[in-house]
Design a binder for this molecule. Structure first.
Ligand code: SF4
Length: 436
């Protein structure tokens, strides 16, 4: 079994064929704890808007210098000592070297639901990124500690919308749309804010305070139906692609989806465009999914006639349009599991999941659309060294009492409205007939 890490090392050392997007990916993440907020190494290293991920302090030397075998033994020993006191959750996009320790593997929403359904665990070690740990904290019990092993594991897309920029956008839109709470003859307010799960907790709280809602890549259409039943238009953040792909599939014309660039007055749109808008799209994107192209799909079809191309809806619209299907990671996993043996899939999502699926389903041919190996650089920041550090602190020792490190805790003034927005999402049901 070849993990993505092993593959990257092989390519970088010249012993395996292929290409990686950054040779820095062979480095341990603590080599990039520079004290200056920045993304990298990997696919996010050239992002224009690195910003809000919290900083991780220096990992003690014993964890930085330990061999992979030693870290493995220490993690297993700590897990055995902690038993059911700790629940380890692993996102699909984590490297195999991390996923092997997870009690449960899934997408961000599945993992948050798992946290909610596991009240017996005193601590939840979340091997994912910051917004996911926040969501787990929102849904888990008040006495459960959610731990993010490396605080610098953020999400470049989530960071592209921050509360100040969204509040500023809302104020500008209010000047155009008038009283945001006033309902028209159809019973709808001017605009409903919708935030993707991949956003900071304070943005979920913003949606809770303003009649809005959270969505995932699995339920975005249901959530937009919910929103259009209550508002004449939607402000969708932070991922423009999920918003555009979903609204387009619902029949919203592209001409009624202006982009909101938070660095420009009125987001760079005109008053007329915003008045006519059905969905105002925040100018955010996922650095991993924006790498997929229509040319890659054409190449896959030419080389593998009959290939089924499935991409994630965070991919740009032309890629989604050219694919056979688009859906969440859960959708992709289920489509592959349900396919007859001998199927061929070209997948447009993060390489760690694609590589794992290829190994779990040897009866199929499964490959990543992008031939360049380029994992999510922020997911990559969770490393066994940080996991060993967090778990051994929880265990404690004769000379050191048990300690919770890197707890992610959402303040009540944010958590209360954020839970409202999440609860609205959980209660939203598909099948409304709405006029968009
Ligand atoms: S894959 Fe994209 S959306 Fe997911 S954590 Fe990485 S940067 Fe964020």
């Amino acid at each position: 079994m070849t993990s993505v890490d092993t593959l990257i090392r092989g390519i970088t050392n010249g012993v395996a064929p292929g290409e990686v997007c950054s040779t820095d990916l062979v480095e341990a993440p603590w080599n990039f704890d520079t004290g200056i907020p920045a993304y990298g190494p990997g696919s996010s290293m050239f992002d224009a808007i690195p910003a809000h991920s919290p900083l991780q302090g220096e990992l003690p030397e014993e964890y930085r210098t330990a061999s992979a075998d030693e870290l493995h033994a220490r993690i297993m020993a700590a897990k055995a000592t902690l038993g059911d006191r700790v629940l380890m959750l692993g996102h699909f996009y984590q490297r195999d070297e991390v996923v092997q320790y997870a009690d449960y593997v899934g997408d961000s929403f599945q993992l948050a639901v798992k946290a909610k359904a596991s009240p017996a665990a005193e601590a939840i070690v979340f091997c994912g990124v910051h917004f996911m740990a926040e969501t787990a904290d929102l849904l888990s019990g008040p006495d459960q500690a959610v731990i993010l092993p490396n605080l610098a594991a953020g999400c470049s897309m989530a960071d592209m919308a921050d509360i100040d920029s969204v509040e500023a956008a809302w104020e500008q839109l209010e000047e155009i749309y008038g009283d945001m709470t006033a309902v028209d003859e159809s019973g709808r307010v001017p605009v409903i804010p919708v935030t993707y799960m991949n956003s900071a907790a304070d943005l979920k709280g913003f949606c809770g305070r303003h009649g809005g809602i959270v969505c995932t890549s699995s339920n975005a259409e249901t959530v937009l139906e919910w929103a259009f039943a209550r508002g004449r238009r939607v402000l969708f953040f932070p991922d423009q692609h999920l918003g555009r792909n979903t609204a387009k599939a619902m029949g919203v014309p592209l001409s009624q989806m202006p982009m909101w660039n938070p660095r420009r007055p009125l987001g760079g749109s005109t008053v007329a465009e915003l008045e006519d808008a059905k969905v105002v799209l925040w100018n955010g994107f996922c650095s991993v999914h924006k790498r997929f192209t229509v040319d890659q799909i054409a190449k896959a079809r030419a080389e593998f006639p009959g290939v089924k191309v499935i991409v994630h809806p965070e991919c740009p619209m032309p890629v989604v349009d050219a694919a056979d299907a688009a859906g969440s990671t859960d959708f992709i996993v289920k489509a592959i599991a349900a396919a007859p043996a001998g199927s061929t899939f070209a997948i447009g999502t993060e390489i760690n999941l694609v590589q794992r699926l290829a190994q779990e389903y040897p009866q199929h041919t499964i490959f990543c659309l992008d031939s360049v190996v380029c994992p999510c650089s922020t997911m990559y920041r969770i490393h066994p060294g940080y996991i060993a550090w967090a778990l051994e602190a929880l265990v404690g020792s004769a000379s050191r009492p048990s300690e919770v490190l890197n707890r992610i805790q959402v303040a009540d003034d944010i958590a209360v409205p954020a839970r409202i927005a999440l609860d609205r999402m959980l209660a939203a049901k598909p099948g409304h007939t709405v006029s968009v």
